[in-house]
Ligand binder design. Structure first.
Ligand code: GDP
Length: 704
């Protein structure tokens, strides 16, 4: 189910990404860029081809999870006794029956000089859902247990029932939806130039985010030149090795996702700060999930390396276990040891940011109409509304008319983060803008306007639009409408539960609910109450929140009033799973059913002023006005159309039943002949039912 980055696979095989792409081409795969990912099957095919061509197997693969000593022994072809011996020399005495933590496995492999790569662990073995089901439920449990995925091999539901869609194989990895960013109307891809990357720092509280941002700002040459008089405008720029980087000055995923929920995807790159002494903590996981949901690449800064308790290896293992496979393990996530306090490793981190930015090739059209976002805003008692704007496209100049959300104005004055007046702001450059009529909100779109009238009208139009009563954009029921033809529908879920045990049970059960046309994607799952940040995440990523034995506190409730998303609370795991199952079924593309209504035989043709009418006898069923019809001559279908008119003895009728005579007019057809048959039919969409899926799903053995 997991995907591997092209870069990571190239690294694993000791190839350049280009060489790897050549191998892929041989396999008939043509990835668009080297920054993409491959599914497991393709990756394995490449590994095979590599082995065939170069005669050597790729490095051994270690799953990113704790490993039993026996499993390890088999992987590295050593006997258990030898492994135990080596573990003892590492000062580790591990009981046989307990799996070895990943960091210990890695230490051991390093000690043994065994080359390896860490890969995403294989999917969990099926877990029975019914364990969680309350006894009073009546449904037979084997049926309830049917994982919809079982249908994918045997009976391809989509292929047998829908005419239109090409079935997507079930179990396919989640296609990460490429976020298509809006661009200004006069955007021209031929004018694109590189722009500095925009970076947000995230991580658990007290792991050193603020210290890192301060250290980077202070060590930056540009700041020193101006004598350290910096202003807080919500973002600042750093120049390193001749390259610029923009840092968002509000650390944490809360602000990041709040902006996204308002439609502003500002960040290109996330720096995840993990304290080396503390390791991965709940907010680290939350940050990982928020960055992943936004499809923003992550660089990890393993901070506080100056501390005696710092354990770099353990952090790497913890990250790997959460799907971020470090480059040290053959993965693609750069993990840089730093000390934000002592300023160590910062250069290396900045270098990595530039490297990633080059891979991402963040680009902008500097000649387009100014286009960007409000990062934050405040009222200056003397100057009036001040807004920090990050330009995405175009160049913002003093004197420009702009619309910012529901307000507008003329750029009277612009200052950068050092408090210096600037005449223009280029893409990725944050500036504080003076001159708006009113305070815009963080995340508001900023757009250049040709004149004051247009600016005012646009702002007014947005004001009117915003006043519509808010409704959730996506609910469990409406997810169905989300998918487009031929695409896998995604069901984006945020799961919050009271305790880890129920969270695990829910996740395991949901992971088994696969279907060829629907993919469940977990945006975030955690223990704890539903927070405002969860709501932002749901809004930003079109998700639904499922809470198990958790409450909605009044503040969160009031946020829901303003920014509604679909939140569902459950006390019974079975009910939660059942609802998701129903949502999946709702997501199934409807079955197209044709029903023949009846047939009429043409016995005479009347060419009237108003059009040609066929004098008919209804042989079978009925003919209904407005229904679809086909004209059949000698067993051949001449064409299809609609019944335009239906008459019985000069009277208009809506339908004529079997055994009666009538005059039929057909839309756009007049060339009737005696003996033709007019067949009326209708097309309807039939929702598939749970029962139907069960019948089509072959029984799977229930694991003991
Ligand atoms: P934030 O909550 O993530 O923004 O964390 P802060 O930057 O406020 O740092 C929390 C604490 O950790 C402060 O007391 C910092 O001085 C300390 N700290 C931050 N970075 C380092 C580091 O590299 N080494 C050590 N020893 N302490 C650090």
């Amino acid at each position: 189910m997991s995907r591997i980055r092209i870069y990571a696979l190239a690294k694993e095989l000791g190839l350049t990404p280009k060489e790897l792409i050549l191998l892929l081409n041989e396999l008939g795969e043509f990835p668009k860029s080297a920054t993409g990912t491959l599914d497991e099957a393709t990756a394995n095919a490449v590994r095979e081809l590599y082995k065939e061509k170069y005669g050597k197997p790729s490095k051994i693969q270690i799953p990113a999870r704790p490993l039993s000593i026996f499993e390890l022994a088999e992987k590295i072809q050593l006997d258990v006794g030898t492994i135990v011996h080596h573990l003892m020399t590492l000062g580790q005495v591990s009981p046989f029956h307990e799996p070895l933590p990943l960091d210990l496995v890695v230490r051991l492999l390093n000690a043994l000089n065994i080359e390896f790569t860490v890969v995403q662990p294989e999917p969990l073995s099926p877990v029975t859902v019914d364990q969680e089901r309350p006894e009073q439920r009546e449904e037979p449990k084997t049926e309830e247990l049917q994982p919809l995925a079982a249908a994918k091999d045997k009976t391809d539901i989509s292929a047998t029932e829908t005419e239109t869609s090409a079935p997507t194989p079930g179990g396919e990895p989640i296609p990460v939806t490429q976020t298509v960013k809006p661009v200004p109307p006069d955007f021209d891809p031929n004018r694109l130039v590189l722009r500095p990357p925009i970076v947000t720092v995230m991580g658990h509280v007290d792991h050193g985010k603020t210290t890192l941002l301060d250290t980077i700002r202070k060590t930056n040459i540009a700041a020193r030149e101006v004598g350290q008089i910096t202003q807080h405008i919500g973002a600042y720029e750093v120049e390193w090795d001749g390259r610029k980087i923009t840092f968002i000055d509000t650390p944490g995923h809360e602000a990041f996702t709040a902006l996204r929920a308002r439609g502003a995807q500002v960040t290109d790159l996330v720096i995840l700060v993990v304290a080396a002494d503390d390791g991965v903590m709940p907010q680290t996981e939350e940050a990982i999930n928020h960055a992943k949901a936004a499809d923003v690449p992550i660089i990890v800064a393993v901070n506080k390396m100056d501390k005696a308790e710092a354990d770099f290896e353990r952090v790497l293992a913890q990250l790997a276990e959460r799907g971020l496979i470090p480059t040290q393990y053959g993965g693609s996530i750069a993990c840089i040891p730093i000390s934000a306090l002592k300023g160590e490793g910062i250069d290396h981190l900045l270098e990595e940011i530039i490297l990633q930015a080059d891979l991402l090739a963040t680009k902008a059209d500097p000649q387009a109409t100014p286009w960007g976002y409000v990062l934050e805003s405040r009222m200056d008692p003397r100057k009036g509304p001040l807004a920090t704007v990050i330009v995405e496209h175009g160049t913002l100049r003093e004197g420009d008319w702009i619309v910012a959300g529901k307000t507008y104005g003329r750029v009277k004055q612009m200052t950068d983060w050092r408090g210096q007046r600037v005449q223009e702001a280029k893409p990725s450059q944050p500036v504080s803008v003076l001159g708006l009529e009113d305070l815009p909100e963080a995340g508001d779109r900023v757009e250049g306007a040709p004149d004051p009238k247009t600016a005012r009208e646009k702002a007014e139009a947005r004001r009117v639009k915003k006043e519509a009563p808010p409704r959730p954009e996506i609910t469990l029921e409406t997810l169905y409408a989300q998918g487009e033809d031929g695409k896998t529908n995604e069901l984006n879920l945020i799961i919050k539960a009271d305790v880890q045990g129920s969270l695990d049970a829910i996740t395991h059960a949901l992971e088994r609910l696969e279907h060829p046309e629907v993919t469940i994607r977990f945006l975030h799952k955690a223990v704890g109450p539903i927070t405002e940040t969860d709501i932002d995440l749901a809004r930003a990523s079109k998700g639904v929140i499922l809470g198990f034995n958790v409450r909605l506190d009044p503040t969160v409730r009031s946020v829901l009033q303003r920014e509604p998303v679909d939140v569902r609370l459950y006390q019974v795991i079975y009910d939660l799973i059942d609802d998701v199952k129903k949502a999946i079924l709702g997501q199934l593309k409807p079955k197209i059913v044709e029903t023949v209504l009846g047939q009429a035989e043409v016995r005479a043709v009347f060419r009237l002023k108003a059009g040609t009418v066929a004098g008919c006898f209804v042989r079978k069923g009925k003919i209904v006005v407005g229904s679809r019809c086909r004209i059949i001559r000698g067993g051949q279908v001449l064409g299809t159309s609609r019944i335009a008119s239906l008459r019985h003895f000069k009277q208009d009728r809506t339908e004529i039943l079997e055994g009666m005579e009538c005059g039929i007019g057909v839309d756009g057809f007049s060339d009737f002949q005696e003996g033709d048959v007019i067949e009326a039919y209708q097309i309807s969409e039939e929702q598939r039912t749970l029962q139907e899926i069960k019948e089509r799903t072959p029984a799977v053995p229930v694991p003991a």
